[in-house]
Design a protein around this ligand. Structure first.
Ligand code: ARG
Length: 455
């Protein structure tokens, strides 16, 4: 049975019904849907539109349906969508009075409400999951407050950095991800209920009361906007896509660093897989999957943007297609955060390999140039002299730290005996002074800042 038979002579064809039913997807909104219905019923009672008996019959049956779906005793199937299913189930349980539930309401404002409630809960759990990954990163950073590795630009050795500094860069990214979700919620946490199909209703509904009961900050002001826009979803999925891109970059580093060429880390057995053919293999599949799943969430965002872009106001059935990308983006981000947190907690860093690598590739050439500036050269001249020294060192197959004082002097007469400590890798890190740099003092400051933030 459908909710709209009166105008039709013939029933919907079986294939059209199956094609258009969204129940398999939207049944996961049953809690939100029932919470919205209960608040609607309470309000109808307070406004004198329903009697107290009708209110208690409807609200009681709605709660009972919720409990039965939760316990698995009732499995939503055979209806057009979750709204139809619940109303049909109410009719089975309490008869005719079930038909009064939908007074002053449309599925158009109902689904918009369900989705906003869903986003609110999703933001809460994602924020907790983001925080959990931040904590894991922070714990590894604390463990590696003096582990040195080469920082890369263009994937070429650039300058020595502390591993803690590298990891804390991700803590910053994830903090912005959380704040984007909070910002999304600021706009999304408004109730569309009472907008009806598009034009509002002739019943004197108390929209504000419904909004308050459901914990919204207010109501969506325009009824047409309330039922037709989905920018709350676009924003949520966009925030999820940005977060997934951050996770993907971290996952990529785990893939790269765990290769034998790098040897910068080892992922625990519990988070790696073998090959069905090559017995020696230990593959970073979880990290690769996180990298791969980020493209799914980007696809979810594109799906929503293209779904909306050509739609005239107000509600169009196209909008039913908004749920798979919303759910997929949420599920994918949440499971990726969980796996990455657990996996990262069980990564062992190859500190010796990192330290040795930091000594290769002339990573302190910039420190040499800055040293010469301190001795009185203009930066451009110092840069050229340091470049000549690097070229000479490459030709003589020596690292900068093994050049003699005289060799430095040949290219930079201003150099004094302390030049040797200027090109020392640990010194390079010690000497950093700018705020936000990789100097040990700055890194310890960041660690204690995040420790207090993430408590
Ligand atoms: N299942 C629909 C959706 O998700 C419900 C909205 C109302 N449907 C309708 N034909 N007006 O968009």
């Amino acid at each position: 049975m459908t909710l709209w038979g009166g105008r039709f002579k013939d029933p919907l064809s079986e294939i059209a019904f199956r094609f258009s039913s969204s129940l398999d997807v939207d049944k996961r909104l049953f809690r939100e849907d029932i919470a919205g219905s209960v608040a609607h019923v309470h309000m109808l009672g307070a406004q004198g539109i329903l009697t107290a008996d009708e209110v208690s019959a409807l609200a009681g049956a709605l709660e009972a349906v919720r409990k039965d779906i939760e316990s698995g005793g009732l499995n939503p199937k055979g209806a057009e969508d979750i709204h139809s299913f619940i109303e049909e189930e109410l009719r089975r349980r309490i008869g005719e009075v079930a038909g009064k539930l939908h007074t002053g309401r449309s599925r158009n404002d109902q689904i918009a409400l369900d989705e906003r409630l869903y986003i609110r809960a999703a933001v809460q759990s994602l924020t907790a999951a983001l925080k959990r990954l931040q904590r894991t990163l922070l714990e590894q950073a604390e463990r590696h407050a003096d582990t040195i590795l080469p920082g890369f630009t263009h994937l070429q050795h650039a300058q020595p950095v502390l591993l803690a500094h590298h990891l804390l860069a991700y803590v910053e990214m994830l903090a912005r991800d959380s704040s984007r979700f909070a910002d999304c919620l600021r706009r999304a946490n408004l109730s569309p209920l009472g907008a009806g199909a598009a034009a509002g209703t002739s019943f004197l509904l108390d929209r504000k009361r419904v909004a308050d009961e459901l914990g919204f900050d207010g109501i969506v002001a325009n009824s047409m906007d309330a039922v037709s826009d989905r920018d709350a979803l676009i924003e949520f999925v966009s925030d999820a896509a940005i977060a997934m891109v951050h996770l993907s970059r971290l996952a990529e580093e785990l893939v790269l660093w765990s290769s034998s060429e790098f040897g910068f880390c080892e992922i625990a057995d519990a988070f790696t897989t073998g090959s069905s053919l090559m017995p020696q293999k230990k593959n970073p599949d979880m990290a690769e999957l996180i990298r791969g799943k980020s493209s799914r969430v980007i696809g979810d965002l594109v799906a929503l943007l293209t779904l909306l872009k050509g739609l005239p106001l107000a509600y169009n059935r196209d909008l039913q297609e908004d749920k798979p990308p919303l759910f997929d983006a949420h599920d994918t981000l949440e499971s990726s955060l969980l796996v990455l947190s657990e996996m990262l907690a069980h990564v062992t860093f190859g500190t010796e390999r990192m330290r040795n690598a930091a000594n290769e590739g002339y990573t302190t050439a910039t420190d040499l140039a800055e040293y010469l500036v301190r001795k009185g050269m203009a930066f451009r001249d110092a840069h050229r002299a340091a470049g000549e020294i690097v070229r000479y060192a490459i030709e003589s197959r020596k690292p900068l730290s093994q050049l003699t004082f005289d060799e430095f002097r040949r290219f930079a007469p201003l150099a004094e005996s302390d030049v040797l400590s200027a090109v020392d890798v640990p010194q390079s890190i010690q000497q950093k002074k700018s705020a936000g740099s990789t100097s040990p003092a700055e890194v310890l400051r960041q660690i204690s800042f995040w420790r207090s933030q993430l408590q």
